[in-house]
Design a protein around this ligand. Structure first.
Ligand code: NI
Length: 253
């Protein structure tokens, strides 16, 4: 059994075949799916799906792209939604210095406010990072021991992995690991301690190699697990078992 720890199946890309998508996931031994919000609309969409399906959990949060939208009202709604029994984490939140769709100081402010909320609610977090480790890691280091979570779709090298592990974070490995030229991610997938590894799809994006160019979906998390198993010289069943255990420990579910 596998858990897709990062999926966006509330998006319109799945409107035509959401039920069929969930069925395919089940047939591919995906036991649970964590649906990730990244703004108000997608957070509400995630909660709605979690209410409809016992095997779906939700997160609520504001992506750095839309950091400017994190008004006091939105933050208040996130605080209320965070108390929902199916909302098991906050995020995705973080910094994105690749696309810079919000100014960096605005991104940082929205990130810190959501970290405050996570501390207050004692909830784990899901981090989005792109080209911003140099700022994200010190921010998390300053809260070491008070905050726990996963660096989703980890694309750093082994050294950055060790710094992330030192602050107690989990490492989320996604479809990129299956790309032939993704040497850093493959090295990380090989070396991350067994008890800190999570697998994910980030669907509809980052489709694994065997379907690259098509829409991604939770069923394809098996391709991530297979590649990680191959890199670590273990069985895909073992990867399924350990990543499921890690998920349940981090998200307390
Ligand atoms: Ni995402």
């Amino acid at each position: 059994m596998f858990i897709d720890s990062h999926a966006h199946i509330q998006l319109s890309q799945f409107n035509r075949d959401r039920d069929a998508t969930l069925k395919r996931a089940q047939e591919a031994s995906v036991s649970h799916i964590l649906v990730i919000g990244f703004d108000m609309k997608t957070s509400l969409g995630a909660v709605e799906l979690a209410e409809e399906h016992t095997h779906i959990y939700a997160t609520v949060g504001m992506h750095p792209h839309d950091a400017k939208d994190l008004t006091p009202d939105v933050l208040k709604t996130f605080r209320e939604l965070a108390a929902h029994p199916k909302v098991i984490a906050l995020g995705e939140m973080g910094l994105d210095y690749y696309r810079n769709l919000s100014p960096r100081p605005v991104q940082k402010e929205a990130f810190e406010k959501q970290l405050d909320l996570a501390e207050e609610m004692q909830m784990p977090i899901v981090i989005h990072n792109r080209d911003a480790y140099m700022d994200i890691l010190p921010i998390l280091e300053a809260r070491q021991g008070k905050i726990q979570g996963v660096l989703h779709c980890f694309t750093g090298d082994v050294e950055l992995m060790h710094r992330s592990l030192d602050i107690g974070f989990y490492i989320g490995i996604g479809g990129i690991v299956t790309y032939p030229n993704a040497k850093d991610v493959q090295a990380v997938a090989q070396e991350v301690p067994t008890d800190k590894l999570l697998i994910e799809t980030d669907c509809p994006w980052l489709t694994p190699q065997f379907r690259r160019g098509k829409r991604n979906e939770p069923a394809y998390v098996h391709a991530v697990a297979e590649k990680v198993a191959e890199l670590r010289g273990t069985s895909v069943e073992t990867i399924g078992e350990t990543t499921t255990k890690n998920f349940q420990k981090l998200f307390r579910c």
